[in-house]
Design a protein around this ligand. Structure first.
Ligand SMILES: Cc1cc2nc3c(=O)[nH]c(=O)nc-3n(C[C@H](O)[C@H](O)[C@H](O)COP(=O)(O)O)c2cc1C
Ligand SMILES: [Fe+2]
Ligand SMILES: [Fe+2]
Length: 411
């Protein structure tokens, strides 16, 4: 499918996998976008696809060229959803040189133990394809440290890798002609599931890409729609997601085996609504973690409730708290509640975990023994009131930005 003269989408849609990264549900699949740029002298692939889809991929290429004739394979990102087919492509395109960042070339060698010519590029380096020139822009830590973008200035196309990506297969409608609520949500869900901890690096990348001398008319990411109608739609969405600004809302996460903790969760929710603040209520067993993260990303106030389970916190809640840690959901206020029968002490494990997350616990811990009493419910409503008030205050005054401590990805 043509994007502009001699620039083609040659990707595939992964409709088989139930989870992306074996972690994030993808009920509508995900596209693995690869692009073919045909210069007058040089034929170039931008990224490849997961090697499960190699057969379909090579057919896509054969419709346009003889794959043996490929001169360059640009690897913006070495994660196997994009570079996975490289060994197989190189076995056919034996004269091709692999172009990547310096770290990218190292990473390619870890995954693809086959001989190949390599060209490592740095910021601003260019490769002439004959009538078309590729320029490389180092945008490290767009969730891996080796990542870069490739800009085809002649056509104004930015091949942005995972940056600006989205979940959901795109079928034959590869362009942003019909951006609806679903596509906005799939872009947000992709960001919060995959990229969010690296918002500092994304902000640096956005600034760098904003300084491009030639106008960027098309954004072609490695997942999801290609933005040609309105590329500013996705850059604005990212600027907002990485702004650190809160939205006035409270997210409630609870687990419950027999419905008692759920009664408390609903009372907290009522308390939030009393103050006319938006609330999102999630059951840790049944609700999709990536949907939960999408709501959590801009939430200033969070309530967490758990029953005691074998002297511990209920495991689905522990899992969610681990995800909150990994995805650096920090600088929030938390309210806590829970239910037990013979020993409520383990609920205090929640308090320590929240402190480890770099957030603050507010209000009193609402604990019920067996079925919640009227007093317990009253306390849960008060906790909801308090969280809502804090959500209103912190949305006006505070920021969610906190530095990511990854030695490979300084921000
Ligand atoms: C497998 C299992 C383990 C439990 N372990 C504990 C425990 O260690 N301490 C405790 O006080 N209650 C324990 N309980 C009791 C629950 O915390 C109690 O039933 C609570 O009301 C469940 O809340 P829920 O209705 O929200 O699921 C356990 C219950 C189950 C089913
Ligand atoms: Fe990736
Ligand atoms: Fe990816």
């Amino acid at each position: 499918m043509e994007i502009s003269p001699d620039v083609h989408w040659v990707g595939v849609n992964d409709t088989e996998s139930k989870f992306f990264e074996s972690l994030w549900s993808i009920p509508k699949g995900v596209s693995l976008n690869s692009y073919l740029v045909l210069g007058e002298k040089k034929k170039t692939l931008i990224d490849t696809v997961n090697d499960n889809y190699f057969d379909e991929y090579i057919e896509n290429l054969k419709r346009l060229i003889d794959p043996e004739d490929i001169d360059y394979i640009v690897i913006n990102h070495v994660e196997p959803d994009h570079a996975g087919s490289l060994s197989k492509i190189l076995s056919i395109a034996s004269k091709a040189s692999v172009i990547s960042s310096k770290m990218g070339i190292d990473f390619v060698k870890y995954y693809h133990q086959v001989p190949f010519n390599d060209i490592s590029v740095d910021d601003g380096d260019k490769v002439d394809l004959g009538g078309k020139t590729l320029k490389f822009i180092m945008t490290p830590c767009i969730h891996w440290p080796e990542t870069m973008c490739t800009f085809l200035g002649d056509d104004g196309i930015l091949f942005s890798g995972d940056l600006f990506g989205a979940f959901d297969s795109i079928g034959d409608e590869i362009f942003d002609d019909k951006i609806g609520k679903d596509s906005i949500y799939s872009a947000k869900r992709y960001f919060t599931s995959i990229l969010s901890p690296y918002y500092g690096s994304i902000n640096s990348a956005l600034k760098k890409l904003g300084d491009l001398q030639k106008p960027c008319r098309v954004i072609a990411p490695s997942h999801g729609l290609i933005y040609r109608n309105d590329p500013s739609f996705i850059t604005k969405l990212y600027a907002d997601l990485c702004s650190g600004k809160f939205e006035e809302k409270v997210v409630i996460l609870y687990g419950s085996m027999y419905g008692n903790t759920k009664v408390l969760a609903e009372a907290v929710s009522d308390g939030v609504k009393d103050k006319c603040v938006k609330v999102a209520l999630f059951n840790a067993t049944y609700d999709d973690p990536s949907e939960i993260l999408t709501e959590l990303w801009k939430a200033p106030a969070i309530a967490v409730g758990s029953p005691v389970y074998d002297c511990y916190i209920f495991p689905p809640i522990t899992n969610l708290l681990e995800l909150i840690k990994v995805k650096r959901i920090r600088q929030r206020v938390f309210g806590l509640f829970g239910d037990y029968t013979w020993g409520g002490g383990p609920l205090y494990q929640l308090q320590n975990k929240i402190k480890e997350l770099g957030s603050e616990v507010i209000g009193s811990f609402v604990k019920s023994q067996g079925s919640p009493t009227a007093n317990n419910i009253e306390s849960a409503i008060e906790l909801g009131n308090l969280l809502a008030e804090k959500a209103i205050k912190n949305t006006k005054e505070s920021s969610a930005l906190a530095p990511v401590q990854d030695p490979f990805c300084p921000t």
